[in-house]
Write a protein that binds this ligand. Structure first.
Ligand code: GLN
Length: 256
């Protein structure tokens, strides 16, 4: 009889421990989502006094918050250099990357992308009196790009080898404002933001040289569970107009 009771007790203990462990593991995994970003990319992500997630604000930050809310998870932003984001995903430092990141074949080899949530293109920002009217006019001019952005790849693909790359869009714009370069190649919405905030600049488009690009959220390869959750949220936000109105709102506001 005693032995029997002992065995039940032992069995119960094992079951309790197993449940405890499972719950613990599940809680840790499900209760918080850490998004990696590079908060140097208005209107998608930038640092401000009071943002939608702590000091971080922008279209992407609002999308990240909604994804977390939809899944009843807390949200945390890990702000780092754009070039480090994919590695941070691979080594588990972040769960997902939301950074106005364009889907490219090269990146697809390293990460899994969500459904796209925004369409953009590269554009040229020049001084208002510039004679640059199309991409081929950049020949012989001082070109500036941001390191690791698709803009850098596009400039290379157009055959320009002689360009300067900066770590931040704001540094590139300063270079242009100060007359130290002739043109900055960068994503369209971010360009609009910079032109709004810096008088004397204009945007030059060239759809024959710059193809359209799609922004998506990246997760670690094979993280289907999280990707499904993210896709469900994005689909909802695309369908009900949330993303369209966020884009309009953040493009209009003065932001930083
Ligand atoms: N869309 C560009 C890219 O993916 C720039 C993104 C960014 O700076 N956040 O490279």
């Amino acid at each position: 009889m005693k032995k029997y009771v002992k065995r039940i007790a032992l069995g119960l203990m094992t079951v309790t421990m197993a449940i405890g462990l499972a719950a613990c593991g599940k809680k840790k995994e499900d209760s918080k989502i850490v998004f990696g970003t590079n908060a140097e990319f208005p209107p998608f992500e930038y640092v401000t006094g009071q943002g939608v997630i702590g000091q971080y604000d922008g279209i992407d930050m609002s999308i990240a918050k909604k994804i977390a809310d939809d899944n009843k998870m807390d949200v945390e932003i890990n702000n780092m250099e754009f070039d480090s984001l994919i590695m941070a995903l691979e080594n588990g430092q972040v769960d997902a990357v939301i950074a106005g990141m364009t889907v490219t074949d090269e990146r697809k080899e390293a990460v899994d992308f969500s459904i796209p949530y925004y369409t953009a293109t590269q554009v040229m920002i020049v001084k208002e009196d510039s004679d640059i009217a199309k991409a081929s006019d950049m020949e012989g001019k001082k070109i500036v790009v941001i390191q690791g952005y698709t803009g850098e790849t596009v400039v290379q693909e157009l055959g320009y080898k002689d360009y300067t790359s900066f770590k931040k869009g704001s540094e590139a714009i300063l270079e242009l404002v100060n007359g130290k370069c002739d043109v900055v190649v960068i994503d369209s919405a971010t360009a609009s933001k910079y032109v709004q905030d810096n008088p004397g600049l204009k945007i030059v488009e060239d759809s024959s040289a710059f193809a359209s690009e799609e922004y998506a959220i990246a997760v670690k390869k094979g993280n289907k569970d999280l990707l499904d959750k993210i896709n469900k949220s994005i689909e909802k936000m695309l369908d009900d107009g949330t993303i369209a109105s966020l884009s309009a709102q953040y493009l209009e506001s003065t932001g930083e």
